[in-house]
Design a protein around this ligand. Structure first.
Ligand SMILES: [Zn+2]
Length: 611
């Protein structure tokens, strides 16, 4: 039932927003793959038919494929980058440089044709460059057929064999994957270790593997009665064909990646969530982790329902939480996470990766260029979800996030968020910028336009951009349309510069006729509207809102406390004077941003207090 609805909502959503974005287009890929896995030497062979639809207005003379597994070879860009960056990821370090030939990864193309014509191509590191015999004209479809051979590397980063927790196969970034071509052209980024951008399409994948292996994958299993292992209809008999291998057949509609994992010792549990989504859990039969993995199941459902409500309905029928990988990583309709964790950490990583089903998969921004959009938005929503689902009772679930950002902003190593994810000087700057500063982008937007407008913005962003590739501007335009405020300054300063926010109370002076004059100073370069709380000695409080002139707008009152809307503050003026209609002696405290949702890098000068 849900699956039928997906197609309809997808189409109606697409056309509705096509009216708002008349120039928007996206490429379409339809993959059919048959893969044969050898679990003795970790090599696999495959065929791939790729029907490529060029929806762009451009004629394409060449195409590119990602060959991610080639990164796991001594001397690869990923290896050298990891050995030359000042603070390498401890999972990688110099491990790639030490891989023997049988431990390395590779992905080799054995043949490639376009509509039956043989093509010439060149493997350049992790990218296959293909010259086309026949250019693909705008609106045209073409069919590529390929044969490939791969070797699964020893588990180092995201994918690989025999992880430290004993998972046999974490199969991510494992097949020749055509690069995205969008309004900015080709995105044939080499694989240096982080972030992706993929083409939307349908996947039909058959994987033959030793009969003893239990698998979890992107997509719906088409032959559960031949497979069993808990995929069969409850109480029915499984009819496995003869032979040493089983062929698992999956179909995944409208995704931009396909991942799987397999192990002979997986336990497979299923749980149908209240919204109809079937949750699959695959984890090692290890007595130390079993209880956590059982208790994780109702929490995963609660998280799913939280995201349904606060972002938009999860559109696929299935989601799998699978033990594998090297930490946690999001994929289409599934996540691979390490499983030997405390319960809180297990739920936390699941919350983060599940949130990526929206902010990465469904709302598929280019992660390489705008890593803060998926990592930051995911961090924001999963922090709020954890607070509720785990009953953490935090007043501000992002408190630590703000502290982390402030440390970065005052460290001297910060680079603008518009930096390509591979090009940060140090990993630490990337991490805090993408995750913490990205989360604050949303949280602080709630301060700028109000909580209700923020919630409406997120919901409308989902409605207009699901199954597409939104850009930062697409998001902020929705926030503008929802709220009515001008917000281009917010996007520009926060994401394209390292400008910081620092407002201060410079002076509180006795005014004429029993009034008080408060002088504020804008010390940081980034503009902001100012929320002020004034507490009087008689215990009464009032709020003062100083609008930012360039927003051409006023935030609605956020609660029932008496609020005064003062004159607006134009950014170029470094100081601003406010008159309070009470004598200075009656004031107990004045606070800039009592909510602490504005990322002011020096909060010490935000408060005036007197006995
Ligand atoms: Zn993430």
């Amino acid at each position: 039932m849900k699956r039928i609805l997906i197609t309809l909502t997808f189409l109606s959503g697409f056309w509705a927003s096509a009216q708002n974005n008349t120039s928007y287009w996206q490429q379409q890929v339809d993959y059919t793959m048959e893969v044969d896995m050898n679990v003795d030497n970790y090599q696999y062979t495959g065929t791939q038919e790729l029907v490529y639809t060029n929806n762009s207005p451009d004629t394409l003379n060449r195409v590119f494929y990602h060959l991610f597994f080639n990164a796991f070879q001594p001397g690869s860009e990923m290896d050298v980058r990891s050995r030359t960056i000042a603070d390498p990821d401890s999972r990688v370090g110099d491990r790639i440089s030490k891989l023997s030939e049988t431990e390395q990864g590779f992905l080799k193309i054995n043949s490639l044709t376009q509509n039956g014509t043989t093509l010439t191509y060149k493997e350049v590191g992790t990218v296959l460059e293909v010259a086309l015999e026949n250019p693909i004209l705008p609106g045209e479809k073409t069919t590529f057929n390929m044969e490939f051979t791969g070797q699964v590397p020893v588990q180092i980063r995201r994918s690989g064999r025999n992880s430290s927790e004993g998972v046999a196969l974490s199969m991510t970034q494992w097949y020749p994957k055509i690069a995205e071509y969008d309004f900015e052209g080709w995105h044939a980024d080499p694989y240096l270790g982080r972030e992706f951008h993929g083409v939307w399409g349908d996947f039909d994948v058959k994987i033959s593997i030793d009969k003893s292996y239990i698998m979890g994958a992107t997509g719906y299993l088409q032959n559960p009665q031949e497979i069993g292992y808990g995929y069969e209809e409850a109480g029915t008999k499984v009819n496995r064909p003869g032979g040493k291998k089983l062929t698992w057949h999956f179909i995944a509609p409208m995704v931009h990646d396909f991942a799987w994992a397999a192990d002979p010792e997986y336990i497979h549990d299923k749980r149908t969530a209240a919204d109809g989504t079937v949750l699959h859990f695959l984890y090692k039969n290890n007595p130390d982790i079993k209880e956590n993995w059982k208790n994780l199941q109702p929490k995963t459902e609660a998280l799913l329902l939280y995201f349904n409500e606060h972002i938009g309905e999860y559109p696929w029928d299935q989601y799998s939480v699978i033990q594998g990988g090297d930490g946690g990583m999001e994929y289409a309709m599934l996540t691979l996470i390490t499983g030997e964790r405390t319960f809180g950490s297990l739920v936390g990583v699941t919350a983060h990766e599940l949130a990526h089903a929206w902010f990465q998969h469904l709302l598929a921004n280019n992660e390489s260029k705008h890593e803060w959009m998926d990592e930051g938005f995911t961090s924001y929503i999963s922090n709020l979800a954890m607070n509720e689902v785990m009953e953490e009772g935090k007043e501000n679930p992002l408190e630590g996030t703000y502290r982390g950002y402030t440390r970065l902003a005052t460290s001297g190593i910060e680079q603008p968020q518009s930096t390509h994810s591979d090009r940060y000087a140090v990993n630490a700057a990337y991490g805090t910028s993408a995750y913490s500063k990205g989360a604050i982008f949303l949280s602080q937007l709630g301060y700028v336009i109000g909580q209700e407008n923020l919630q409406k913005t997120i919901n409308r962003y989902y409605e207009e951009w699901k199954f597409k590739h939104p850009t930062p501007n697409d998001f902020i335009r929705i926030a503008e349309k929802v709220s009515g405020a001008e917000l281009d300054w917010y996007l520009t300063d926060w994401t394209q510069t390292t400008n910081t926010i620092d407002y201060s109370i410079k002076e509180v002076a006795e005014g004429e006729n029993e009034t008080t004059t408060v002088t504020f100073e804008r010390i940081g370069l980034m503009p902001m509207p100012v929320d002020l709380k004034v507490v009087y000695k008689d215990g009464t409080e009032e709020l003062v809102y100083i609008p930012l002139r360039m927003m051409r707008w006023q935030k609605p009152a956020q609660n029932t406390t008496k609020r005064i809307v003062a004159d607006d503050w134009a950014w170029a003026y470094p100081t601003y004077t406010l008159k309070l209609n009470k004598p200075k002696a009656e004031i107990s405290k004045i606070i800039i941003d009592d909510s602490q949702m504005m990322a002011d890098i020096n909060r010490e000068n935000n408060v005036f207090e007197q006995e």
